[in-house]
Structures are given as structure tokens and as C-alpha cells.
Design a protein around this ligand. Sequence first.
Ligand SMILES: NC(=O)c1ccc[n+]([C@@H]2O[C@H](COP(=O)([O-])OP(=O)(O)OC[C@H]3O[C@@H](n4cnc5c(N)ncnc54)[C@H](O)[C@@H]3O)[C@@H](O)[C@H]2O)c1
Length: 414
Amino acid sequence: MSSIGIIGLGYVGLPLALTLASKYKVFGYDINPERLKNLRLGIDDTKAVSSNEFKNVDVEFVETPNLLKSCDIYIITVPTPLKKNYLPDFSFLEQATMTVSNILKKGDIVVYESTVYPGATEEICIPILEKSLLVLNRDFYVGYSPERINIGDSRNTFKNISKIVSASNKSTLETIFNLYQSVLEAKVYKAPSIKVAEAAKVIENTQRDVNIAFVNELAMMFSKMQIDTNEVLKAASTKWNFLDFKPGLVGGHCIGTDPYYLLHKSKSKGFNPILMHSARKVNEGLPIYIAKEISNKINLHKIDPSKAKVLLLGITFKENVSDIRNSKAIELAKHLRNSGLEIVIYDPNVKGNLKTLTMKKIPEFPTNSKFDVIIFALKHKQFVNISPIKFLKKNGFVYDVKGFLERHKRIYRL
Ligand SMILES: NC(=O)c1ccc[n+]([C@@H]2O[C@H](COP(=O)([O-])OP(=O)(O)OC[C@H]3O[C@@H](n4cnc5c(N)ncnc54)[C@H](O)[C@@H]3O)[C@@H](O)[C@H]2O)c1
């Protein structure tokens, strides 16, 4: 093997590039010049890798695809988001594939890591690679190896999470297997086909979506019955096979996105999966549900909504990360603002102001202020030791979406 080209250096591509570069010559390519400039300085603004990890590795960050020409393995790790109508947006994947197609040569292997629906690699990517006039499994080869990293999780990292590999033929499967196994501590699993590997990835996140939707629905139901959901889950968890899921907002670009890929593919084949669809509906509906709950409690506490001051804690898509893409906490803030409430946002993980959000964001926890409502949207580690009651006005209350605060008569849970 001469060298490996990584296309897309985000949360997935960068750790992959640096890990492979501890053993192989790696070229990293990205369409974002600002990102490349920082990476050359050993700075990862997503904070997924530390500056130490840029040391003692053989990696070159390049702006021109032509500089990838010497590679014989390309790994594509570009985003697969949703369009506004919740349909898969393959534009990044198609563009990245075209980039590789333009420089593809005999003997090359192209591996995809982006999350897609089953069949996408064969139906969407391979035809673009074939525009090079090379023939699959004669001149070039394809693999699919989904990524499982979990942003903000320092225990389950790229190196110690087991990885699935699949390929367009047996010898390519062996090559890809050996490549990943040579840098991973965890075991690499050979899937029998690319479709199986694609499906396995997308159901991992869909399974989480369905399970979280179930506990979110329980939380809505038990709040009507005035039963503490967390206590119910704690009690039920004493059974050996009860699954440990907690209620909460489901945003981001994995659990909140991937099920739509599978739903789309399934519907195109004439099967409408009711359970997956309902789970999406429950989780998508949570911000508006919480906003309504908060409005009801404002009335209950005889707070004048036109004068109410609301502090929202946490605006990222999940706890302990700085990523705000598809954040349901932001959606919650917007619903609250649209109902006329004055919102102040505090999130220690998100630096600076939010260009698109016309709400006040403060850089420090406001220890000298009092609020009518304090919402804990997420369980950031910086929030765990806050005692919110002392920052409440006389009739004020706390709304704890994740249910981690000590029970108190002015603390409500989802
Ligand atoms: N982030 C996660 O935790 C995670 C986990 C598992 C799987 N995935 C999947 O991995 C894929 C990548 O996700 P990510 O979180 O790393 O995305 P990201 O947005 O963090 O990074 C993607 C990078 O690709 C670059 N890019 C976009 N189009 C390009 C092109 N045509 N050529 C070169 N570079 C291009 C972007 O500039 C960006 O730097 C997605 O399919 C995602 O669903 C993500």
C-alpha cells in the first residue's frame, strides 16, 4: 500500500486520518480551507482530538484533490444530512465521490464510512465512480465500513469500538479488514455484504431512537399521572433485562437523522414502518411539548408571561459536546420565544454568540440574577452541581428535562 486518502475531515474523518497516519502515509482532504488551515497547526476546533494526537503521525492536509493521486485507498467520511423535507441529502457524498472518480486509477479501493441507507453505496456511489470509465471489481473496488464514534464520549473511542467492514469482493474485504485491524484495538467484523453493513449502521441509531421515544412517551404519560418517571425507570431497571434508556431531547446528526434514511428507503420499497415513524414523531414533537408544559406551569405559578425571565441551560444537541447542529434545545428556545417569553441562554460548551439565534446568550452562569423559570435542557457536567432554587424569583420554578436534579416542590421533570 502506498498511501491512504481521507475525504472529509470532520468528527469522523479526522480521528480516522490521525489513527491511520500512525502506521501509514495519509493525505487528508476537505473542502473547508479554514478547517485545513487549523489542522495544519494541530488545532481541531471540534475538540474531538487533542493537539498531542497530531504529533508523530505521517499526515498531510491538502486542499487540492490532485494531491491525492498517489493514494491507492480512499476513505470517504463526508456528511449525510437531511434536506428540509426530511429526505436524504446525498449532495456531499456525491460531490466527494466525484472528486475521487476524477482521480481514480486501476487497483484503487474506495471505502465509504458515511451513514446511508442500505443500497446507497451500490445505487448512488458506484455509478459515479464508474464515470471514470473504470469497471468495478476489475479495475477498482469498493468497501463500506460504518463509523460508530460517539461525540463527547471519551471512553468509547475510534480505536476501541469494534468496527464492521464490507466490500464488493472477497479480496477487497480482506484488504480493508487488515487495514482497520492493523490500527484498532477492538475486533473488526466482516459483514457478508455492503448492504448488510449499511443496514446494520442505520438500525443501531434507529434502535436508540425508538427506545428513547418510548421513554419520552412514558415521561409524558406519567407526568399526567403525577408519577416520577425516573423513579419508575429506576425501579424497573432492577429487572435483569430492562433496557436503560432515559427521556430527553433527540437532536444532532445521527439519532435524529439516520432513521429518516431508513424510512425513506423502506417507503420507496412499498413498506411504511409504523413504529420507526411514530418514534420520530414523538422525539420531534418533544420541544413543542416541553414548551407547552412550561407555559402551563407559568400560568399555574401565576407568573405574568409578558414579564417572565427564563434561563435556558444547555443548547447543544446533547450533553457535554459543543455541537449545536440540529439541536432540539435550540428548537425549544425558539418555541418559548415565539410564545412571548424573554429567554436568556447559558451554555459553557458553546463559545461566542449564535449568529442565527436572536436570543441573549451569556458567557457565565448568572449568579447575581433571579429568574421566573430555569430550564435544564441538558445534563452538561458543569450543571450537575448547580442549586437552582436560590436563583429563582418568588413564584419561580425549575424544569428539568433530563430529570437529574434532586426532587423539590418547585422542580418539574419531563
Ligand atoms: N459525528 C458522529 O458522531 C458520527 C458517528 C458515526 C457516523 N457518522 C457519520 O459520518 C459521516 C460524517 O459525519 P461527521 O460528523 O464527521 O461530519 P462533519 O460535518 O463533522 O465533517 C464532515 C467534513 O466533510 C467535509 N466535506 C463535505 N463535503 C466534502 C467534499 N465533497 N469533499 C471533501 N470534504 C467534504 C466538511 O467540510 C467537513 O469538514 C456522516 O455520514 C455521519 O452521519 C458521524
